[in-house]
Design a protein around this ligand. Structure first.
Ligand SMILES: Cc1cc2nc3c(=O)[nH]c(=O)nc-3n(C[C@H](O)[C@H](O)[C@H](O)COP(=O)(O)OP(=O)(O)OC[C@H]3O[C@@H](n4cnc5c(N)ncnc54)[C@H](O)[C@@H]3O)c2cc1C
Length: 414
């Protein structure tokens, strides 16, 4: 029976960053994963390191948008009718968290963590040889409707209070940054302090390789085999059982599969999302992620081509894929940017693990000794991986965390 100081369950960007941060502090760590490192949710995202985040995602307050979604005509959201009764309490809690006052409160609470997002990635990338994936070219959001652009004023005001730079641009200004965009929008906002990566899987794998170089071990196994062994924990792997006094749950959208049987009940839901890759026509190119905010999709340059990601789908995590949003979105996307043929024949589906207040849970599992949680990073898990890894490693080793962890405690749901 092998013994380590800590076991990290789940090798997405969150678990891998935690394992690396714990190793850097001298702990012996086993990272347990049932698939390949970084191959699930952390593979298919839009690659944005959103250090600028002001407001979290919100429940729509525009009745026209709600009607469009209800009629299944919206690009930004889809749902499975059969899932709504189960999702209803969560959706109501999400709606309550989307009042202007609650959004402003959340923005202030999450700022210190997001403020470190890019710098923490840069630090891990430098030691992992992954800097070539990083683009510090910001994020461009384009707005086709005057109403949506005007509604940004409260975000601009808060960004100014936080000292976050932004540039409000007209069509020509946006085309200076991205000459291949067609003038189908009147307004745009450039957020210079966002960064992005050209291969999210490559980033997680590089962090895992660095973890291995520091002596960490990655093992294939099922986290659901976790059980008490003496005063600590044991998890079964293909290499045999591993014991440790401390375990970190970083299972992303699968966290409930382990936590439910342990009696840890938290309102974790998924917002599903899809991607496809496209070639470009002629010499068209993109230098950064571009959000078509009024239509509800994003295009971004990746090693595989232009990755187009959809907004959210409310459906059971394991329900069959229903990528109907592409049919609604493709005409808009082709109008904005000269997308060519598909660069792959697969449509990727992933599940953003979300709490209704859009804040992750980072810290001790309530009432269970030696169990830690790093889950629910929702729309911004790639962004927050290294910052989360640092925070939980500081908490576990008794160091003072770089920012106040109170906003991320699981107890807020009790
Ligand atoms: C369409 C889309 C676009 C997105 N765009 C962005 C973006 O631009 N920027 C951003 O910051 N975030 C983005 N996100 C969100 C981001 O991808 C997630 O928040 C993040 O990947 C979550 O990471 P994780 O490590 O918690 O989960 P995961 O990457 O899913 O990792 C969990 C791991 O646990 C493993 N696991 C599960 N069950 C078990 C078990 N029983 N035993 C062993 N292992 C198990 C899984 O195999 C998996 O590897 C996007 C998400 C989607 C869907």
């Amino acid at each position: 029976m092998a013994r380590t100081d800590a076991i990290v369950l789940g090798a997405g960007i969150i678990g891998t960053s935690i394992a690396l941060h714990l190793s850097k502090r001298g702990l012996s760590v086993a990272l347990v994963e049932r698939a390949g490192v970084g191959e699930q949710t952390s593979y298919g995202n839009a690659g944005i390191i959103e250090g600028n985040t002001v407001f979290p995602p919100a429940f729509p307050d525009d009745p026209a948008a709600l009607i469009r979604i209800a009629l299944k005509r919206a690009g930004e959201a889809n749902y499975h009718l059969s899932f709504l009764p189960q999702a209803f309490p969560w959706l109501m809690a999400f709606r309550a968290a989307s009042s202007p006052e609650r959004l402003a409160e959340t923005a202030r609470l999450i700022r210190p963590l997001y403020a470190r997002a890019v710098a923490e990635h840069e630090a891990l990338m430098a030691e992992s040889g992954a800097t070539h994936f990083l683009r510090k070219t910001g994020w461009l959001k384009v707005y086709r409707s005057e109403r949506a652009f005007k509604a940004l004023q409260s975000e601009f005001d808060l960004a100014a209070q936080f000292g976050l730079p932004l540039q409000a641009l007209d069509t020509a200004g946006a085309q200076t940054l991205e000459p291949s965009l067609n003038p189908v929008f009147a307004n745009a906002v450039f957020w210079p302090q966002a960064a992005s990566v050209s291969n999210p899987l490559g980033v997680t794998r590089a962090y895992a390789a660095r973890f291995a170089a520091l002596g960490g071990i990655t093992l294939n196994g099922d986290a659901r085999s976790l059980h008490r062994a003496g005063s600590g924990w044991r998890v079964e792997t293909n290499e045999g059982g591993i014991d440790a006094p401390e375990v970190v749950v970083a299972l992303g959208p699968w966290a409930g599969d382990l936590l439910g049987p342990l009696g840890v009940k938290l309102p974790l839901m998924v917002k599903r999302g899809y991607h496809r890759h496209f070639q470009t026509q002629g010499n068209a190119s993109l230098a950064r992620p571009v959000l078509d905010a009024s239509a509800g999709y994003l295009i971004t340059p990746m090693e595989q081509g232009i990755r187009m990601t959809t907004g959210v789908e409310f459906a059971a995590r394991d329900a069959k894929p229903t990528p109907v949003q592409f049919e609604r979105l493709m005409p808009k996307a082709r109008e904005l940017f000269p997308l060519g043929e598909r660069a792959d024949d697969k449509t990727w589906l992933g599940s953003r693990p979300c709490f209704p207040d859009s804040r992750p849970v980072i810290g001790r599992a309530p009432g269970i000794n030696g169990l830690w949680l790093a889950i629910g990073h929702a729309h911004w898990g790639l962004t927050l991986g290294p910052a989360t890894g640092r925070m939980i490693a500081e908490l576990m080793t008794g160091a003072t965390p770089f920012c106040d962890p109170a906003a991320y405690r699981a107890e807020r749901f009790r």
